[in-house]
Ligand binder design. Structure first.
Ligand SMILES: [Zn+2]
Ligand SMILES: [Zn+2]
Ligand SMILES: [Zn+2]
Length: 103
């Protein structure tokens, strides 16, 4: 288990988009500014580590806003999305690798 800075709020602990309120706590880390991810971890391919679902103001559905993802057992680039984490439509994570980009 590795403790990393919450990508969604960049460690601030506050909802970066202030949808409910400018002081609403970050839904990803619960206001802690940090999240736990099982090791080994890689940067989320789908959101490119930003923690934000592409083209939305929601937490990335592949890494759940953490920006990094557990990749235990993964060995190679996903053949379905060629490591990008999505296929064609950028709004949906690749179903083969769940947005990790590796399998
Ligand atoms: Zn956060
Ligand atoms: Zn992500
Ligand atoms: Zn894939």
């Amino acid at each position: 288990m590795e403790v990393i800075t919450c990508a969604f709020c960049k460690g601030k602990g506050i909802d970066p988009f202030g949808i409910l309120s400018e002081l609403a706590i970050c839904q990803v880390c619960g206001g802690q500014g940090e999240v736990n991810v099982d090791e080994p971890i890689i940067k989320c391919a789908f959101c490119k580590g930003s923690g934000v679902h592409p083209h939305t103001r929601l937490a990335c559905s592949a890494c759940r806003g953490k920006g990094s993802i557990a990749c235990k057992g993964a060995k190679e680039k996903c053949p379905d999305c060629e490591g990008r984490g999505f296929k064609g439509d950028e709004n949906l994570p690749c179903s083969f690798c769940d947005g990790k980009g590796i399998v």
